[in-house]
Design a protein around this ligand. Structure first.
Ligand code: CU
Length: 460
């Protein structure tokens, strides 16, 4: 199954936003509903998606740091759903995890989300009820929390990277969302990649223009490996959290599912010269994921390295040396399997687990158990050693708090909420358990999360 790239008229179809209906509401609505969207190239059938407000991706939400965000989720789908506000250090009751922090919102129901935004940065929101299927069908959008003093850039562009597994004959989502093959291997990979709902997303820019590019990987399982062409850039934030100092982009940018990277890039290409965000394809060739058409020259001369973004509050992780290290072994999946795991309160061997559609375990626990992996006193420094004993990479995401990787010599990596751990690799993460509640720690390859790679912690 593949798509051919066809000539077509460029430009995003204007999607009207109904605003008048909101006027009387306490909070603006975010409606989860079916819609028909042209994801495949023109000439192929349109796709029935599950969307927020009829758009793929959902509406871009922007709010100032320190403000309170409220949205009334209206569930116009035929299935229950919830919204998770990924990366926000949020009030636990607003985290959107069905069965842990709230009941799923039934079809026809609604739920009022309202929470503070302590951190500026690039975040996103997505379904967290049967997320394997619901995110794949389109239920995600960008959530941008703006600094009070934004960096000196000419433009701020949000790029939601995604892939879709579509049947070219019908335009429908292809394959079985429960597919054991996908769940036990790398996950559900699309046959069409794109940005902001377009397989042929493009930008126009001038030479010397300075852009802030907020990249969000909203794919179910795809790790994007990216390069800049005709642009030089710096990484200024990861998963929304500013780096202490911008780092020049000198190598590939690896963006695992759910991860974000904020880049500040200068367009160096002259008019007519190639410029693009390139993505490495399965055959290792480099394809333009976003073409940048350079039209003329910006009047401003090329600038030096950008200043760091202002830090967010509570970015230090003290007390790592004395903190108890808890081991979380990641195991299972095709080619490795595992001896046994605990599923729904029972110890089972791998064959019994496979019969139940389960393939993975975190610390011996298959799927979310009744007891948390660990309980932390509020304010305690937590330290978890994640060891990947599987044949696949996993993007481990912690809800409610951000962590730092513990490096050699007492150093710490950048603060983030999702960490890619390669096969046979391990990583230690540390964080201050300062946000009370029940928080998931799970793989963001969503098929893995649905088939065992979900655990949780509790902060009292
Ligand atoms: Cu995984």
């Amino acid at each position: 199954m593949s798509f051919t790239r066809r000539a077509f008229c460029a430009g995003l179809a204007g999607v009207p936003l109904a605003r008048a209906a909101w006027a009387q509401e306490e909070a603006p609505r975010l409606t989860a509903r079916a819609a028909t969207v042209q994801l495949a190239p023109e000439g192929y059938p349109a796709t029935e998606v599950w969307s927020y407000d009829g758009q793929i991706p959902g509406p871009q939400i922007r709010a100032p740091q320190g403000s309170r965000l409220s949205r009334r989720l209206v569930n116009a789908l035929e299935v229950p759903t919830t919204v998770h506000w990924h990366g926000i250090r949020i009030d636990n009751a607003m985290d959107g995890v069905a069965g842990l922090t709230q009941d799923a919102v039934p079809s026809g129901g609604r739920f009022d989300y309202a929470f503070d935004l302590p951190d500026a940065g690039t975040f996103w929101y997505h379904a967290h009820t049967n997320s394997m299927e619901q995110v794949a069908r389109g239920l995600s959008g960008a959530l941008i929390v703006e600094e009070s003093m934004p960096p000196d850039v000419d433009r701020d562009e949000v790029l939601m990277l995604d892939d879709w597994l579509l049947d070219p004959e019908t335009g429908r989502f292809a394959g079985d969302f429960e597919s054991p093959m996908m769940r036990s291997h790398a996950g559900r990979m699309g046959n069409l990649t794109g940005i902001n709902g377009r397989y042929d997303f493009s930008l126009t820019a001038q030479q010397n223009e300075r852009l802030r590019l907020r990249l969000i990987n909203s794919a179910n399982a795809r790790i994007f490996v990216l390069r800049l062409e005709g642009m030089t850039g710096w990484t200024v934030a990861l998963d929304g959290m500013p780096l202490a100092r911008p780092e020049p982009v000198t190598a590939e940018i690896v963006l695992a599912p759910a991860q974000r990277v904020d880049l500040i890039v200068d367009v160096t290409a002259e008019q007519g010269a190639p410029a693009a965000l390139l993505s490495q394809a399965e055959d290792d060739s480099w394809q333009a994921l976003a073409e940048v058409t350079v039209t003329g020259q910006n009047s401003r001369a090329a600038r030096g390295a950008p200043a760091p973004l202002p830090p967010n509050p509570r970015m230090e992780v003290p007390g790592v040396t004395g903190a108890q290290v808890r081991a979380m072994r990641m195991e299972g999946g095709a080619m490795r399997g595992m001896a046994s795991g605990r599923f729904e309160g029972q110890d089972m061997n791998f064959q019994q687990l496979v019969q139940r559609g389960q393939f993975w375990a975190l610390a011996g626990q298959v799927g979310r158990g009744d007891a948390p992996f660990a309980r932390y006193a509020r304010g305690e420094t937590a330290r978890i050693r994640l060891a990947n004993d599987t044949a696949f990479p996993h993007a481990m995401h912690l809800h409610g708090m951000h962590f730092r990787k513990v490096l050699a010599n007492g150093r710490q990596g950048p603060m983030r909420d999702t960490l890619l751990i390669m096969p046979q690799d391990s990583a230690e993460i540390a964080f201050v358990a300062d946000n009370p509640g029940k928080w998931l720690l799970h793989c963001h390859m969503l098929g893995h999360a649905a088939s065992g790679m979900t655990n949780w912690i509790e902060v009292a």
